[in-house]
Design a protein around this ligand. Structure first.
Ligand code: 5AD
Ligand code: SF4
Length: 439
């Protein structure tokens, strides 16, 4: 039997792509192993969102240079972006496949198996989505489901439209069938995935939009929690907030990447909304009868970002009071529109802005988390930390809540359960509490 090793970089889409790639390989009789040394086929599923992510891939390829007799494959975003150039930069690579070509992975493996040593899947004009008869999910409670692939936006900093191709939605039938099958085998949490889930459009005659699909997935028997990522503010409709209000299983959390608090920078980024338009969506979310946690992505040091623009981003943090943020220094990417903009911000200045932003957000998080002390939160138990003796839970708002249980319990009694936990302490990134229920 042939063996394979796979390493995954990047976002949840990539993590889930790898689950589908693993399922495809296992169906063809390959067995997964835990180190590249033991494997006949070594795969890197790669990310190119920022230069650092891409550098890491070439570093890992370099470390596996002397892997004699093995087939080395590069999958995902760096594969698509660099294409055949990868064979020049790393001549020991044999297989280069972008995500839009995964539906053809079976054929590409046949070529590899018959001995071809330069195999590529790089076409971007695919209308297919990657649907597999077998997906290897490691988490038995939470499952990803892709609803839309690719991206039709053209944000000036972003490489994704070049690496994942144009938007393709799956039919609502196929998404619903997958959700029902997952519920039937015991999954209770579903995370719907897409680069821009809000532009989901059912290609079948039912013609559902995203809010309709979301509500339907939330109504599947056995599903207790539904999350979704990522949203684009421009396409984020009030109907999503209404769906959350109506459907208890839809989690109290929305990730709505803003990127900048300055309308001027948003225009340069080609984000297609102003600060005020973004804030209108935040007001819908804050107006919900549920207590919806908010998170966002922010880029500092985009070309032309003045001190005043940056202050507007700091001010936005105060205005919105996010529960968490992901923040990045702008990194110039190949093919993107921002490359032709002047006025690049020095690295040192980007670093200063990032630190200021993160310090401000840390204070906001301490404040927001502290307000939860004394409340009771339902958690899904995800694990046990033997060094602290605490169970690791996650709330509907996506907060980590570490807790001690009323009595000693076995992992299999606890993990995957939903339990009420009283919050006793708060830090910037997590909560601590106690669960009174004896499982
Ligand atoms: N430089 C820095 N951050 C970026 N992101 C996307 N492209 C870049 C880039 N070129 C960030 C955005 C996006 C998140 C996934 O990564 O904030 O929302
Ligand atoms: Fe990285 Fe973006 Fe590709 Fe995800 S879609 S792997 S974040 S470049």
């Amino acid at each position: 039997m042939k063996s394979f090793y796979i390493e995954t970089f990047g976002c949840q889409m990539n993590v889930h792509d790898s689950e589908k790639v693993i399922g495809t390989l296992e169906r063809r009789g390959y067995a997964q192993v835990q180190s590249p040394d033991e494997a006949d086929l070594v795969l890197f599923n790669t990310c190119s969102i920022r230069d650092k992510a891409e550098q890491k891939v070439f570093q890992r390829l370099n470390e596996n240079k002397r892997a004699k007799g093995k087939v080395i494959g590069v999958l995902g975003c760096v594969a698509q972006q660099e294409g055949e150039k990868i064979f020049e930069k790393a001549p020991h690579v044999n297989l280069v496949v972008g995500s839009a070509s995964y539906p053809k992975l079976g054929e590409l493996l046949v070529q590899i198996e018959r001995g071809d040593r330069r195999v590529t899947g790089l076409s971007l004009d695919s209308d297919d989505t990657f649907e597999t008869p077998m997906t290897r999910r490691d988490n038995p409670h939470r499952a990803y489901i892709t609803i839309i692939e690719g991206c039709d936006k053209s944000c000036a900093y972003c490489v994704v439209p070049f690496t994942r191709g144009h938007e393709r939605s799956r039919t609502s039938d196929s998404v619903m069938n997958e959700a029902r099958q997952l519920a039937a085998v015991g999954y209770s949490e579903i995370q719907l995935l897409g680069q821009n889930v809000n532009s989901y459009r059912d290609p079948s005659p039912a013609g559902w939009n995203f809010a309709q699909l979301l509500e339907a997935v939330g109504s599947v028997q056995g599903i207790r929690r539904v999350r979704f990522t990522t949203s684009h503010p421009r396409d984020f409709g009030k109907d999503i907030v209404d769906a959350i209000d109506r459907t208890e299983t839809l989690c109290n959390m929305v990730h709505l990447p803003v990127q900048s608090g300055s309308t001027h920078v948003l225009a340069a980024m080609q984000r297609q909304y102003t600060r005020d338009e973004y804030m209108r969506r935040i007001e819908w979310l804050k107006g919900s009868k549920r207590s919806i946690a908010l998170s966002t992505d922010i880029i500092v040091g985009f070309p032309g970002e003045t001190e005043e623009d940056f202050q507007m981003t700091l001010d936005l943090l105060d205005q919105v009071e996010y529960d968490s943020i992901f923040s990045f220094k702008y990194s110039p990417r190949p093919n993107t529109g921002a490359l032709s903009l002047g006025d690049h911000i020095p690295e040192e200045e980007k670093g200063r802005r990032l630190t200021m932003l993160q310090e401000k957000q840390r204070a906001i998080q301490i404040r927001r988390n502290s307000a939860l002390v004394g409340t009771e939160q339902e958690v899904l138990v995800e694990g046990f930390n033997s060094s602290t003796g605490q169970w690791i839970g996650r709330t509907s708002q996506n907060r980590v809540l570490n807790f001690v249980a009323a009595r000693q319990a076995l992992r299999e009694e606890m993990i995957g359960k939903y339990l009420p936990v009283r919050v006793t302490r708060a830090g910037p990134n997590s909560l601590a509490g106690e669960c009174a229920i004896a499982v």
